[in-house]
Ligand binder design. Structure first.
Ligand SMILES: *[C@@H]1O[C@H](CO)[C@@H](O)[C@H](O)[C@H]1NC(C)=O
Ligand SMILES: *[C@@H]1O[C@H](CO)[C@@H](O)[C@H](O)[C@H]1NC(C)=O
Ligand SMILES: *[C@@H]1O[C@H](CO)[C@@H](O)[C@H](O)[C@H]1NC(C)=O
Ligand SMILES: *[C@@H]1O[C@H](CO)[C@@H](O)[C@H](O)[C@H]1NC(C)=O
Length: 471
């Protein structure tokens, strides 16, 4: 053999070796589960007792139940707050709402006006900001509820795209009865008392002045009465105008920074959100992604598309829950179709307990069911904070895993940050704890020795899980 042939042979061998090495490493990359996709599903105001896998026998939630059957179910899953805004702030940051300041001291604890200034502070770190840096595509579909602007109507300082999301389709505030004319009003119910008091005070003042004038005790020129009336009208007209047009001013649908529907049309909205989710998955199927699917239902005002209306055994509330369940089925199905199932972690929860006092003006029950737990949304009784919690990841989490240890919606933060390959921020306290040791049974007792139950900025109760207690 001459030297040139030897060289050729060597080079061929080298090529083969290189190819082999490539195949081996390529293979390692294909089977690794170190960077899964994430789909985080949050239903608004859904009660733990509304779901089949938590004991409901009459509301049909087969797709949610499937996640529990083939994954892990937390029976003691606790929202960090019984209210939307603080609960979602804790979810996004892995920290108690008092740490980020999204916990009111004297005012109402959630954002109800889109024009309100403020939101989740920028010095907080959201899991989406971390995942974005890790190369994930991040999308939120549905309700954000952590602020919009700071100074001007379009500075978008607190908009989801400024908190680590690449894509947004949904509403920035909350859904309300006032958003659908004819479905009642949260504001007028609240404002009615103030308006009544104003009328009474102005009435009594005017009457007294007229009386004193008449009997000659004081001498008031007729003009003064005119001025009082004028001031009153100047006050009352803008207030009434505002409330009359609230569904227009406050209820709009956005895509990224653009308002695409004002006021929102709710017909088919859950379906439109589902198509958005499916498209997001298809667009991002070749890279790691995180989808936060934050359903606008089943907060009042309730709605369901024609296919679901009048179909459940629990009125429009049940119809709305069953449509959300259908939507979740569509999303899971899309993962299966695109062979993403085994590489996607799905989390399912509600932001707080069911709003059990919600009844329509005609007496129909519009709030969900918290099972055996007392109280509901806006209370720190167990019914206000104990929510459904499911983790589904075939091949990694064993079917029918049931975890009775206390867990929190703040635990999602460290869990997915670690799974994404990033490290949990070290410069601040993260209250959530990684759920993977618990669901994979490497550690049977929860690391949460204490969970603190705040109502807004006030501590109401503490849950103690003694470390030396074993089952
Ligand atoms: C809400 O309003 C719509 C449109 O006015 C009406 O069709 C529907 O019956 C109302 N729903 C409830 C539960 O009040
Ligand atoms: C809702 O969907 C149905 C069925 O596809 C359709 O007939 C209807 O026009 C849609 N409504 C709106 C407002 O888009
Ligand atoms: C199922 O949910 C509905 C709607 O919230 C509720 O009215 C009903 O009591 C629940 N049923 C059971 C058996 O938990
Ligand atoms: C398991 O939990 C105990 C305390 O409950 C803790 O000391 C230990 O570090 C945990 N082990 C793992 C592997 O997480």
């Amino acid at each position: 053999m001459d030297s040139s042939r030897i060289m050729m042979k060597r080079s061929r061998e080298m090529k083969r070796m290189l190819l082999l090495t490539f195949l081996i490493t390529g293979n390692v990359f294909c089977t690794t589960k170190s960077r899964p996709n994430f789909i985080l599903i949050m239903v608004d105001d859904l009660g733990i007792g509304d779901v089949g896998c938590y004991g409901n026998k009459t509301l049909r939630t087969p797709n949610i139940d499937q996640l529990a059957d083939k994954g892990a179910k937390f029976t003691q899953h606790i929202a960090a707050s019984p209210l939307c805004t603080p609960s979602r702030a804790a979810f996004m940051t892995g920290r108690y709402p008092v740490r980020s300041g999204v916990a009111a001291e004297s005012r109402i604890g959630t954002f109800i006006f889109s024009a309100s200034s403020g939101g989740l502070p920028k010095n907080e770190v959201t899991f989406t900001e971390i995942l974005q840096k890790e190369g994930y595509s991040t999308g939120i579909i549905g309700k954000w509820h952590l602020g919009l602007n700071r100074e001007w109507k379009d500075d978008f300082y607190h908009h989801p795209l400024n908190h680590g999301f690449d894509y947004f389709y949904g509403i920035t505030v909350t859904h309300l009865r006032d958003c659908i004319p004819g479905n009642g009003s949260v504001f007028l119910a609240g404002a009615a008392e103030t308006l009544k008091q104003t009328f009474v005070i102005v009435g009594i003042t005017l009457f007294t002045l007229i009386f004193l004038n008449k009997i000659g005790l004081v001498k008031i020129p007729g003009k003064v009465f005119g001025y009082i009336l004028l001031v009153f009208i100047l006050f009352i007209v803008p207030v009434l105008f505002f409330f009359w047009n609230l569904h227009y001013l406050n209820c709009f649908l956005m895509r990224n920074y653009q308002v695409i529907q004002q006021p929102i049309i709710y017909e088919n909205l859950t379906r439109r959100m589902t198509s958005e989710a499916v498209n997001f998955i298809l667009r991002n199927q070749n890279k790691p992604f995180l989808l936060y699917m934050s359903y606008i239902q089943v907060h009042t005002a309730l709605y369901a598309s024609a296919t679901f209306r009048g179909k459940s055994k629990h009125g429009i509330y049940g119809d709305a829950v069953e449509e959300v369940d259908w939507s979740i089925g569509k999303i899971v199905n899309e993962l299966n179709k695109n062979e993403l199932r085994d590489n996607t972690l799905i989390y399912f929860t509600s932001d707080n307990g069911a709003h059990i006092e919600e009844i329509s003006s005609s007496g129909e029950i519009h709030g969900g069911y918290n099972g055996i737990f007392k109280g509901g949304k806006a209370t720190n009784w167990e019914g206000g904070i104990r929510v459904p919690g499911l983790l589904y990841w075939p091949g990694v989490i064993t079917s029918e895993t049931v975890i009775n240890e206390p867990t929190s919606n703040m635990d999602i933060f460290p869990t997915i940050v670690k799974l994404s390959g990033a490290t949990v921020p070290q410069d601040r306290i993260i209250d959530g704890l990684d759920l993977m040791p618990l669901v994979q049974r490497s550690n049977v007792s929860s690391e949460h020795e204490f969970l603190f139950h705040y109502c807004n900025a006030y501590l109401n109760a503490v849950r103690w899980n003694p470390r030396n207690m074993s089952d």
